[in-house]
Design a protein around this ligand. Structure first.
Ligand code: MN
Length: 445
């Protein structure tokens, strides 16, 4: 039977108090997800625990599995950030005593008594990033931690929740380290526009992304010319130029207006304001290349690390562009309302999710289409699944149903989910997936 739940605020308060109480004489192990939201969450808690003079260590991971949980130290307080809501039974079976989970992913099972959890899925299902939840938790530990609001915003943007930021106004304080301007959501908004447009993969702009000729044509249309060989950056445009750019882009991509025009967030993480989307993309790139230390240090505002992160990001963007080109030109399994690309070794497994997301935002496919990419990762196959647009079927459920039959791990949200299966199950997976997708289509008609 469903228990009566507290409000999110009450959950945060209760957990913060409990944490302060039991962390008096125990070491802490922070385990966080490797994407921007997870890295932002980890950074906020690292900074907060340092202030409190706590003993702690940090592990950044791609995904959580049973064995990893079994091997965790039983004598430490474990804080899971931006993950673990899908692994409650493994945690319960592991005999861990002091577990805190700060997460926003879907929960599909009963919460065991002795697990301390903050997850809006248990309250009003507010769409909040793990970084904001961690920020609110840390603010309860010490009010001065409100200075980390900018890092919380970074996590929101990493998880594409920027349209929910306004709703958090009363929760997130702004001390001038956060600025917002309206414009096309291409980034970095702080670099010359020609480069920004050419490398824009999110949003993916057909005819512009990866197409220098198209870029220069667009800039000419707006009446922008290079000054001393250099184009202005987005945030250097005057009002009239910005209006013109917005109008031209809307004209070119009328259907994508909402996705392309919006709020550009500038955050002061190091010594100057930077484009939050760029920072987020840099941090993601580091993690995807196995450089989570660089990711955390960049998020902490360490200049040296940021330099390294920038170089990694350049390489990453090149890989994305070649991945998209592969996905566009490769052989696909196409059915009514779905597209499956079996990329095997052709797309790096850590890039598959990103490329699937980009395709789902590219307007190449109709609203509601389910895009699935399979990519090899050693002896495993990683599966990424996305729905085009806001109205579609629950892909997490679709993947879950198959994994229950053939084995493996799943995670994610209703519109963006992933799974890992053993490679010898690939054919079986594809067979069931095709069958289920076809059945699902018939059901909703
Ligand atoms: Mn997240």
């Amino acid at each position: 039977m469903e228990k009566k739940r507290n409000s999110l605020e009450e959950d945060i308060k209760k957990n913060a108090l409990k944490f302060l109480e039991i962390s008096k004489d125990k070491e802490i192990l922070i385990i966080s997800h490797f994407d921007t939201d997870g890295i932002s969450s980890a950074t906020i808690i690292i900074k907060s625990l340092k202030k409190l003079d706590k003993k702690f260590s940090v592990k950044i991971i791609k995904s959580l599995d049973e064995q990893f949980i079994q091997e965790l130290p039983k004598d430490k307080i474990i804080i899971f950030l931006d993950l673990a809501s899908g692994s409650l039974h493994h945690i319960q079976n592991s005999n861990l005593k002091n577990v805190f989970i700060i997460d926003h992913h879907e929960i599909s099972e009963e919460i065991p008594e002795d697990i301390n959890i903050i997850n809006p899925e248990l309250n009003k299902k507010e769409k909040i990033s793990a970084s904001v939840l961690t920020y609110l938790f840390c603010k309860e530990l010490d009010q001065s931690n409100k200075e980390y609001a900018k890092i919380a915003i970074l996590g929101m943007i990493g998880d594409s929740l920027e349209d929910k930021i306004n709703e958090l106004n009363d929760k997130i304080s702004n001390n001038g380290d956060i600025q917002k301007i309206r414009g096309p959501l291409i980034y970095p908004s702080t670099r010359p526009l020609n480069r920004t447009l050419e490398y824009s993969s999110n949003p993916y702009l057909p005819g512009i992304t990866g197409n220098i000729k198209g870029v220069l044509e667009l800039l000419r249309e707006i009446g922008l010319n290079p000054e001393e060989g250099k184009y202005k950056s987005l945030i250097e445009l005057n009002e009239e130029e910005m209006e013109k750019l917005i109008a031209t882009i809307i004209l070119k991509y009328p259907k994508s207006k909402e996705d392309i025009i919006g709020d550009i967030f500038l955050l002061k993480i190091s010594n100057r304001l930077e484009d939050a989307r760029e920072l987020s993309a840099m941090i993601n790139a580091c993690s995807k290349f196995g450089e989570s230390g660089t990711a955390i240090q960049t998020c902490m505002g360490i200049a040296q690390a940021k330099k390294k992160a920038e170089a990694i990001h350049v390489r990453y963007k090149q890989l994305i562009l070649s991945g998209i080109k592969y996905a566009e030109n490769s052989e696909k399994i196409i059915g009514k309302g779905f597209v499956i690309i079996n990329a095997k070794e052709e797309i790096k497994d850590t890039m598959a999710g990103t490329i699937t997301s980009i395709l789902s935002h590219s307007r190449l496919y109709e609203e509601g289409t389910i895009i699935t990419i399979l990519a090899h990762s050693e002896d495993k196959t990683k599966i990424s699944c996305r729905v085009v647009g806001k109205n579609g079927r629950n892909v997490r459920e679709i993947l879950n149903n198959i994994i229950t039959v053939i084995g493996g791990e799943t995670g994610g949200h209703y519109n963006a989910a992933g799974a890992t299966i053993s490679q010898d199950k690939e054919e079986e997976f594809l067979k069931i997936l095709k069958k289920n997708l076809e059945i699902e289509v018939i059901k909703i008609q």
